[in-house]
Design a binder for this molecule. Structure first.
Ligand code: PLP
Length: 400
C-alpha cells in the first residue's frame, strides 16, 4: 500500500473523538519508553492481578475443551448466574431470566449493543455529566444525539429529577446512568435512584444503567437500578467482571433486560463479534458462582482502594484551595484544576503541565465534558499514589 495514501473517514465515524483516557495512557507509555519516570494515574484499570481461583477455573475450562464458539448470547450457566445475581435482592414479580441476559466482549460492547439497538436518528439521550467519555460517542455512533445534563458539583455532580426534566424534550428516548460514577466516584442513594427511575418510567424513557463499579463502594453498598426501578420494563442494566474482579483483559460484560430487547441485541451481536471469548466466559462464571472466594477477593481489593482513597484525599486536603470531590465508590478522584473558570480548558492545561513537569499522568475533564476538572485514578500502588498527590499539590501551588 502506498504510504500516506488518502483516506477519508466515512460519515459513520467522521465526528468520532479519540478516547482521551486511552490517549493519556499512550502518552504516558511513550514518555516511559523514552526513559522518563512516570506515575500513571490515567488508566481506569485495577492494578491487582485476577484472583487465582478464577485463573485456575479458566485453565480447567481450556483443558476441558472450552475452545469453540458458544451461543451468541453466552453460555447458559453464566447467563443463569447473572440472572440469579440480578434477582438476589428483588422482591417484585418481574424476575430476570437467562433469556434477558446477553453476554458480550466487555461491558463496553454491551453498552454499544444497547445504544445501537435502541437509539437512532432524531432520538435524544440524556447523559448526566460528567460521564464516561464513551457514552457520548456511542450515542453519536447510533446517530442519535447525546444531551449532556451537567450535575451540581456541590452534590458530587449528581443530577436531580428537576435537571433531567429541564433537559428533556419530546424527542428524549433514553437516559444513561452510572453509579458509582466514572469519573466522579459519586454514588446515587436508593431514594435518588428511585426518583430518577420513576421519572424515566413515567416519561417512557429507556434507562441504560451502567453498574460496572457497583461492587466498588465504600462505607455502604451501592444500589442497583434493578432494585429501585418501579418497573423493569424499559431498563437495561450493564455490568461485567472488569473492575470488581480485576479482569479487564478477559473482556466479559453483560446486559440484563427484557427477553425481547435481549433477542434484538443478540441478533445485532451475531453480525459483529458473535460470542464473547469462550474461556473468558468460564472465568466469569467462576467469579460469579464461587461466592466465598469471590467475596473475599473483592473485599480485599475494595479495602485497599479505600485506604488509597483516604491517603490521597489527606494529601490533597493539605492545600485548601484544591476542590476535590469525596468519592463513595469507583477508584477515581475528581478535582477542579487551577485556572478553572478563567481559561478555556483548564483541566487539559493542568494535566499537560503535570505530565511534562512532574511526571504524573491524569485525565483532563474535557474527556467527560467538564473541562475545568481533572480525573485521578487511584487504582495504583499506594506509595505511588501518595507521591503523585504530593507532586500534584506542588504543581497546583505553582499554578494558582
Ligand atoms: N463503563 C464505565 C463507566 C467504565 O469506566 C468502563 C471502563 O473504563 C467501562 C464501562 C468498560 O468496561 P469493560 O472493560 O467491561 O468494557
Amino acid at each position: 500500500m502506498t504510504p500516506g495514501s488518502e483516506f477519508k473517514p466515512s460519515a459513520n465515524v467522521a465526528q468520532l473523538r479519540e478516547s482521551a483516557t486511552i490517549a493519556v495512557s499512550q502518552k504516558a507509555k511513550a514518555l516511559k519508553a523514552a526513559g522518563r519516570e512516570i506515575i500513571d494515574l490515567g488508566a481506569g484499570e485495577p492494578d491487582f492481578d485476577t484472583p487465582a481461583f478464577i485463573k485456575v477455573a479458566a485453565q480447567r475450562a481450556i483443558d476441558a475443551g472450552a475452545t469453540k464458539y458458544t451461543a451468541v448470547d453466552g453460555i447458559l450457566p453464566l447467563r443463569e448466574a447473572i440472572a440469579a445475581e440480578a434477582n438476589r435482592a428483588w422482591k417484585g414479580s418481574e424476575k430476570v431470566t437467562a433469556a434477558g441476559v446477553v453476554v458480550s466482549t466487555g461491558s463496553k460492547q454491551s453498552l454499544f449493543n444497547a445504544c445501537f439497538t435502541l437509539f437512532g436518528p432524531g432520538d435524544e439521550v440524556l447523559v448526566p455529566t460528567p460521564a464516561w467519555t464513551s457514552y457520548y460517542e456511542m450515542v453519536s455512533l447510533a446517530r442519535a444525539t447525546a444531551v449532556p445534563v451537567t450535575g451540581n458539583p456541590d452534590r458530587g455532580f449528581k443530577v436531580s429529577v428537576a435537571m433531567l426534566e429541564a433537559a428533556a424534550t419530546p424527542r428524549t428516548k433514553g437516559l444513561m446512568l452510572n453509579s458509582p460514577s466514572n469519573p466522579t466516584g459519586s454514588v446515587y442513594s436508593p431514594d435518588e435512584l428511585r426518583a430518577i427511575l420513576t421519572l424515566a418510567h413515567e416519561r417512557g424513557w429507556w434507562v441504560l444503567s451502567d453498574e460496572i463499579y457497583l461492587r466498588i463502594a465504600y462505607g455502604k453498598a451501592a444500589t442497583s437500578s434493578l432494585d429501585e426501578a418501579p418497573s423493569r420494563d424499559r431498563l437495561v442494566v450493564i455490568n461485567g467482571v472488569a473492575k470488581a474482579y480485576a479482569m479487564t483483559g478477559w473482556r466479559i460484560g453483560w446486559s440484563i433486560t427484557t427477553p425481547k430487547l435481549a433477542a434484538a441485541m443478540t441478533a445485532f451481536q451475531s453480525h459483529t463479534t458473535s460470542n464473547a471469548a469462550t474461556v473468558s466466559q468460564h472465568a466469569a462464571l467462576a467469579a460469579l458462582t464461587m461466592r466465598e472466594d469471590a467475596d473475599a477477593a473483592v473485599s480485599s481489593m475494595v479495602a485497599q482502594f479505600e485506604k488509597r482513597r483516604d491517603a490521597a484525599l489527606a494529601i490533597l486536603r493539605t492545600e485548601p484551595r484544591i476542590n476535590v470531590l469525596a468519592p463513595d465508590g469507583a477508584f477515581y478522584l475528581y478535582l477542579c484544576a487551577p485556572g478553572a473558570g478563567t481559561t478555556v480548558d483548564a483541566g487539559a492545561a493542568f494535566a499537560a503541565h503535570l505530565l511534562e513537569k512532574s511526571g504524573v499522568a491524569i485525565v483532563p475533564g474535557s474527556a467527560f465534558y467538564t473541562p475545568d476538572w481533572v480525573r485521578v485514578s487511584y487504582a495504583a500502588d499506594q506509595a505511588q499514589v501518595e507521591e503523585a498527590m504530593r507532586r500534584l499539590v506542588a504543581a497546583f501551588r505553582d499554578l494558582v
